[in-house]
Design a protein around this ligand. Structure first.
Ligand SMILES: [Zn+2]
Length: 281
């Protein structure tokens, strides 16, 4: 009898141990679409931002902000638990979203920011349809290619193809993966642009149904292309900072429905591969 009780107690202890081991194995997440905007002050202080990242298991970010001061602050913070990958935001104020692609001062802004020496990309920028054909957009794409910078483009499919036409060597992270472009077309674009196109999934529709379950289309897309997707919070307004926990709870909800290898790639493996040291570093 005593032996049996001891065995049950032992098994119970083992179960508790396994549960906590599983909790410790919580997926690390890289937030590849983060804005730490300052207009004129940020929603959260740096200390609060750090706590939000800790709470959500965020161990890496693509840092951008409008103006770029927020990115400078995140870089200067040097938190040991967080990898910060800074991108140049080509905007000073919100209204630049409408005009930057025809504004010669945009390139000046990009060039002067680039002098800081630590940037890995340009974006997020917004561009739709034929507006992408402007000379200033081409100059920016060429600037990025010459310096091995990624472009983080919030654009429709037409503009995406124009960006690649400007310079076939462009490497583009497609913000929101086209929002609603059909999964079959997304797959086609990814296949045509190997090592040049990745999909970032904030605000992307259709991944799960109303019950929170992965849809068949997206399950199939991840099965084929789990090496091409990134997660993002897109904290473009204060409400997104306020809802940060919910955003990542939802991501974790569908990541848990994928095979572990696929989930790990999308959660942070792809970002670590993309933003690892540059050749020569
Ligand atoms: Zn966007």
């Amino acid at each position: 009898m005593h032996i049996r009780n001891g065995l049950i107690a032992g098994l119970a202890a083992l179960a508790v141990g396994l549960a906590s081991a599983r909790a410790q194995e919580r997926l690390e997440i890289f937030d590849a679409h983060l804005h730490y905007n300052q207009e004129p002050t940020p929603f959260y202080s740096l200390d609060q931002v750090r706590e939000v990242f800790r709470r959500n298991g965020i161990t890496g970010i693509v840092a951008t902000s409008r103006p770029n001061k927020g990115t400078h602050e995140l870089m200067a913070a040097k938190w040991s638990e967080l990898k910060v990958v800074p991108f140049i935001r080509p905007y000073r104020v919100r209204a630049d979203i409408q005009t930057w692609f025809n504004d010669p001062t945009t390139l000046e802004l990009i060039k002067s920011e680039y002098e800081r020496g630590y940037y890995r990309g340009i974006g997020e920028f917004h561009i739709y349809g034929k507006a992408a054909e402007s000379d200033w957009v081409k100059k920016m794409v060429d600037f990025a290619v010459e310096r091995n910078l990624y472009l983080h483009a919030h654009c429709d499919e037409e503009a995406l193809l124009i960006l690649f036409r400007h310079n076939p060597k462009a490497r583009i992270i497609w913000a929101h993966t086209g929002f609603s472009v059909g999964p079959a077309r997304v797959a086609e674009l990814l296949e045509q642009r190997k090592d040049a196109l990745w999909g970032e999934l904030s605000y992307r529709g259709g991944i799960t149904g109303s019950n929170g379950k992965l849809t068949a289309e997206w399950r199939a897309l991840f099965e084929q292309h789990s090496d091409r997707f990134l997660l993002g919070s897109d904290t473009w307004i204060n409400e997104r900072w306020f809802g940060y926990d919910t955003i990542f709870k939802e991501y974790r909800g569908w990541l848990a429905q994928l095979p572990a290898e696929q989930a790990r790639r999308i959660a942070n493996g792809n970002a670590l591969r993309l933003f690892g040291p540059r050749p020569g570093e």
